[in-house]
Design a protein around this ligand. Sequence first.
Ligand code: C2O
Ligand code: CU
Length: 554
Amino acid sequence: SKNHHHDFVIKETNYTRLCHEKAVLAVNGQFPGPTIYARKGDIVVVNVINQGNKNITIHWHGVDQPRNPWSDGPEYITQCPIQPGANLTYTVILSEEEGTLWWHAHSDFDRTTVHGAIVIHPKLGTTFPFKKPHKEIPVILGEWWNADVNRLLEEAKRTGGEVGISDANTINGQPGDLFPCSMNGTFKVHVESGKTYLLRIINAALANELFFGVAGHRLTVVGTDARYTKPFTVDYIMISPGQTVDALLEADRATNSSSNGRRYYMAARTFASNTGIDFNNSTATAIVEYSTDAPRAARASTPEFPNLPAVNDTDAAAAYTEQLRSLASKDHPADVPAGHVDEHMLITIAVNVLPCAGNATCDGPLGSRFAASLNNVSFQTPSVDVLDAYYGSVGGGVYEADFPDEPPFFFNFTGDNVPTERWFTKRGTKVKVLGYGAAVEVVFQDTAILGAETHPMHLHGYAFYVVGRGLGNFDRHKDPATYNLIDPPYQNTVSVPKAGWAAVRFRAANPGVWFMHCHFDRHQVWGMDTVFIVKDGKTPEAKMMRRPAGMPRC
Ligand code: C2O
Ligand code: CU
């Protein structure tokens, strides 16, 4: 394995989108930020230098970081933020991951513009489990906000109301030429007829699940979340914030005859499972252009547009998602905890309300403030990080180790008209402690408290096998019989179906303090989070995990 070194200088930089110039936080002047290239098992050292005007942290999304939670990044979970003028060197330890991941800010809403791809190639001497592509193309899907997102966040915290929506979806930072002032910047992929391209697709959006496709072409999915999948060919994919999809695009269109058939749109449009709330109903485009000797006029022909599912087509989303399977080959085996399960957790996911302070009226339902919860605990972000508290560098009282294994009350979770007394939640910094090596099953159960919707649940420090999913209320007697324990997909983020459930399994073999949360950022800041503390199985506990020198203090 090899060591790589990067400097990430974070600074406000002016960018213009939708005819609107504004300063955004960017890394080394780039938005989206630089791509990190490495091989499986390498170590990447990144010195993050904060020359911006606010506190920031960086997270390496989907990197397990074995026994190295100190470099994981979520603010107030594994570190105090890097203050303006300060720096922090992260050690990103790659182990089993192979494929596409990404890095992003993990403080406030900074990840809107502070994000980039991580491309992990096979070890030297090994190769992809599919035909080597002619080229690899990172395709980062995101959102552009004309407003200052952190100001919107402050405002929402003050009023207790909604966070607002972005002004466009983007592909590699660009809304595409259907939007004003976007002609020149539109992302273009140049392809040669007969060659195969590997699209490394990342959903970096704050709030939008997305359908994505390329006109006139099908995509062969070969990986997700830096693990290989059994290849399957589709007209579109559905990708949640946090997820990555590796897909092969065959440039199989002939270009020698007519003037048509040389330019094709690739497009990303919102999949909104709950259209009862405000959402960004826009479509971002980029252009796939075949190289050709045809005259200029022919090259400028209007591209074909892909057929994507309707914005609220939950069946289309499920039809895609259900095809994901681990490759489960000799070289890339699946190792699903299939025997005894040590920890069973049923976790309800809810958007709720909290009382407005004092006699004031807030902008949420019933004059209260919007909140969100897991098992009716609305996560309260502590003021010093949980990791430091656990390993003893700071005093106690930062968290409580009593996150519940099941919901505090049972009702028809996914039914309509949940009584208003069920709308309210309580704040707490509650964590779940897991024994080293425990086989863990978590069933995520959506609720319809303030309207059912999908939730992309993400776990740090691990990936998990998505062994089951279904609609309605999880039935612990019947539903486990439907689990796939042979070749379930191995993911770090699972889209829990609207008014349904998803079951995941993993082995708690990575000691540390690991955040788990919804990757819709508004839900994350409302408290749809918890933390797993995984013991290291040694006595005395985890002395080798003391706080490294140079970590910022809160
Ligand atoms: Cu991609 Cu906790 O995040
Ligand atoms: Cu959510």
